[in-house]
Design a protein around this ligand. Structure first.
Ligand code: F6P
Length: 362
């Protein structure tokens, strides 16, 4: 029987979103003969019917290698707690009934929400209000539970590792300490795995508060051994023992999310006081979120997209597609969003890094 389904992409963008959209549209049309409605700019699109448009096979032609999302996205504005300006003040309004009503008006029987923890929590709340929701896990940070990987992470890792390879040659030529600041607000996966792959000497992650003296001592020891350069990778959310995260912009009434950034510069200043060596900082920033997805992310995104459609066909609502070993399965969104998947400071990957002689600031 023909169905109409909706798809939206929420939260920060990442490579592979278009692969998921294409996977959803192609399998919905080719295998099931359904109609697909694309919703622009995340859940915001469900507050404005002009932002909802049919997606046909022609809409997804050529998008597989493209970064970003053809639907647009936002990491601000939760429909359950939406900031609006009233008489010069920002107040928060619950628009969720309007979202549910618009889903009904559009004739959408199931909504596929592609997002990270924040967007999937909104999707879960909507499912509690009766919307039939299926989730797809996205984030370059790889911090969503219940899936081995989120799509987007592999591309971000490649970008970070490539940056480390490039920093190595110039660090060595100039006998410098090079610090690379990468994304990773609460979870240090990008820093840890790119650091291992890119041969870093020091890796600083949010899960292991670091000790400046130990970082300095390890760079000095390396220099004494004849390696007159060092590479430090710092996740944006890393912080020193007894200190806090380095914040560019604190949360306000419009956004509960603080903007992080500056840990690289902060580490440079501090270690500059104990080292004779020249220190330089590179902030990789949104380069990690852009560009063409890797083969891994294209394949994973495509498989997640087709799985999400199959989950709709099977009535698996309130659940999220996930990767376990090499299989695509599904899990309750509630389990996936209960808390974040962080690096275990005593786990195998951290131990492997330390066995390789990499210093984790402790
Ligand atoms: O969640 C993904 C992420 O890339 C974080 O690592 C980072 O802190 C955040 O998004 C940056 O968001 P924005 O695009 O709002 O600066």
């Amino acid at each position: 029987m023909s169905k109409k389904i909706g798809i939206l992409t929420g939260g920060g963008d990442c490579p592979g979103l278009n692969a998921v959209i294409r996977g959803v549209v192609k399998s919905a049309i080719i295998r099931h003969g359904w109609q697909v409605i694309g919703i622009e700019d995340g859940f915001d699109g469900l507050l404005d019917l002009n932002k909802c448009r049919p997606l046909g096979l022609e809409s997804v032609r050529g998008i597989l290698p493209r970064g970003g999302t053809i639907l647009g996205t936002t990491n601000r504005g939760n429909p359950f707690d939406y900031p609006v300006e009233q008489n010069g003040k920002v107040v928060h309004v619950d628009y969720s009934d309007k979202v549910v009503e618009n889903v009904r008006q559009l004739g959408i029987e199931a909504l596929i929400a592609v997002g990270g923890e924040g967007s999937l929590k909104i999707a879960l709340e909507l499912s509690r209000k009766g919307v039939q929701v299926v989730g797809v896990p996205k984030t370059i940070d790889n911090d969503l539970r219940e899936t081995d990987f989120t799509f987007g992470y592999n591309t971000a890792l490649e970008t970070a590792t490539d940056a480390l390879d490039k920093l190595h040659t110039t660090a060595e030529s100039h006998h410098r300490v090079m610090i690379l600041e990468v994304m990773g607000r609460y979870a240090g996966w990008i820093a840890l795995e790119s650091g291992i792959a890119g041969g870093a000497d020091v890796i600083l992650i949010p899960e292991i508060p670091f000790d400046f003296e130990k970082v300095c001592a390890s760079v000095m020891e390396r220099s004494a051994r004849g390696s007159h350069f060092s590479i430090i990778v710092a996740a944006e959310g890393a912080f020193p023992k007894g200190g806090g995260r380095v914040v560019i912009k604190t949360a306000d009434e419009r956004s509960t999310i603080e903007r992080l950034g500056g840990i690289g510069q902060y580490v440079a200043q501090q270690i500059g006081q104990c080292l004779e060596m020249d220190v330089r900082v590179t902030v990789l920033g949104h380069l990690q979120r852009g560009g063409s997805p890797t083969t891994f992310d294209r394949a994973l995104g495509s498989r997640f997209g087709t799985k999400a459609v199959q989950m709709v066909a099977d009535g698996e609502f309130g659940r999220m597609a996930c990767l376990r070993s090499r299989s695509i399965l599904s899990v309750p969104i509630e389990d996936a969003t209960r808390d974040l998947k962080l690096v275990d400071p005593d786990g195998e990957i951290v131990r492997a890094a330390e066995d390789l002689g990499i210093m984790l600031g402790r």
